[in-house]
Design a protein around this ligand. Structure first.
Ligand code: NAD
Length: 267
């Protein structure tokens, strides 16, 4: 199950965190993977780690907010690997501010990565994904990183929640548009809970601040109490879900959201 043999994937924001682990698991599953990020050194390290484990990967610089970067990245990937079967819109930023603190500039910065980045990536990948979808049993695939904050409200970061809610419904709408047009491109989202990454640390720091301390431990304990499974998620927990959604095993899934949150939103 969950094999990606012969497929080509582009993962945005794959220098570290969930994106890097997704790229690693995709290469392990047989895909050729493009790591696309603004963190060049870290991105090249991720490529080297995949290559030294016997996988095939490349690095391409991509600021997801820039149309010209997307065009260059997609061209670089299709030139090197001969097509594009999978796009993972993973790059994202967290704000960690209350409604009253956030400025218009903060909002624009957040939107440009979390929303504009997903729109541009999806739009500009369509020609390549459409082409490869015609020759694949279950079509090509897009996986968007939403969040549990795109399903239920967030008292700590309402603006982040607004962007992830947008990703949740954009996923469904893009899936429907492509199906209506007869394109063989499946589009699904994944909804992580609190995951142990750099962003996960930012989330804990904000929770600590809202508890009136700089010590992360009380915030970690508060977070753990809210997770029925009793632990934070790992990057591997999420990457496995992404690989599944990208694989032909999810061939009858489009417009769906896969919740991987240790039970947070079941409550
Ligand atoms: N960590 C969590 O708890 C959590 C929970 C729910 C959803 N998510 C989502 O999962 C995704 C990955 O998060 P993560 O925890 O691995 O975060 P992270 O901060 O560890 O990694 C994010 C990556 O995105 C890259 N990035 C940021 N802005 C970019 C831009 N303009 N262009 C290209 N790359 C850019 C960063 O350089 C980094 O490599 C994000 O979309 C995030 O919102 C994370």
């Amino acid at each position: 199950m969950n094999r990606l043999d012969g497929k080509v994937a582009l993962v945005s924001g794959a220098a570290r965190g969930i994106g890097a682990e997704t790229a690693r698991l995709m290469a392990e599953a047989g895909a050729k993977v493009a790591i696309a990020d603004v963190l060049d050194e870290r991105g090249r390290d991720t490529v080297r780690a995949i290559e030294s484990a016997g996988g095939e990967a490349m690095y391409t610089r991509l600021d997801v907010t820039r149309e010209e970067d997307w065009n260059a990245a997609i061209t670089a990937v299709t030139d090197r690997f001969g097509g594009l079967d999978i796009l993972v819109n993973n790059a994202g930023v967290f704000l960690g501010m209350s409604l009253e603190e956030a400025t218009l500039a903060d909002w624009h910065r957040l939107c440009s990565v979390n929303l504009t980045g997903v729109f541009l990536g999806t739009k500009l990948s369509v020609p390549a994904l459409r082409e490869s979808g015609q020759h694949s049993g279950h079509g090509s695939a897009i996986v968007n990183l939403a969040s549990v904050a795109g399903l239920v409200g967030s008292s700590n970061d309402p603006l982040y929640s607004m962007t992830k809610g947008g990703v949740t419904l954009f996923t469904k709408s893009a899936a429907l548009e492509f199906a209506r047009k007869g394109y063989r491109i499946r589009v699904n989202s994944i909804h992580p809970g609190t995951i142990d990454t750099d962003m996960g640390d930012q989330v804990l720091a904000i929770r600590a601040r809202n508890l009136g301390t700089n010590d992360l431990e009380p915030a970690r304990q508060q977070t753990l109490k809210r997770i029925p499974i009793g632990r934070m998620g790992t990057v591997t927990d999420i990457a496995k879900g992404i690989v599944f959604l990208a694989s032909d095993d999810a061939g009858f899934m489009t417009g769906a959201g896969l919740v991987v949150d240790g039970g947070i939103t079941a409550q």
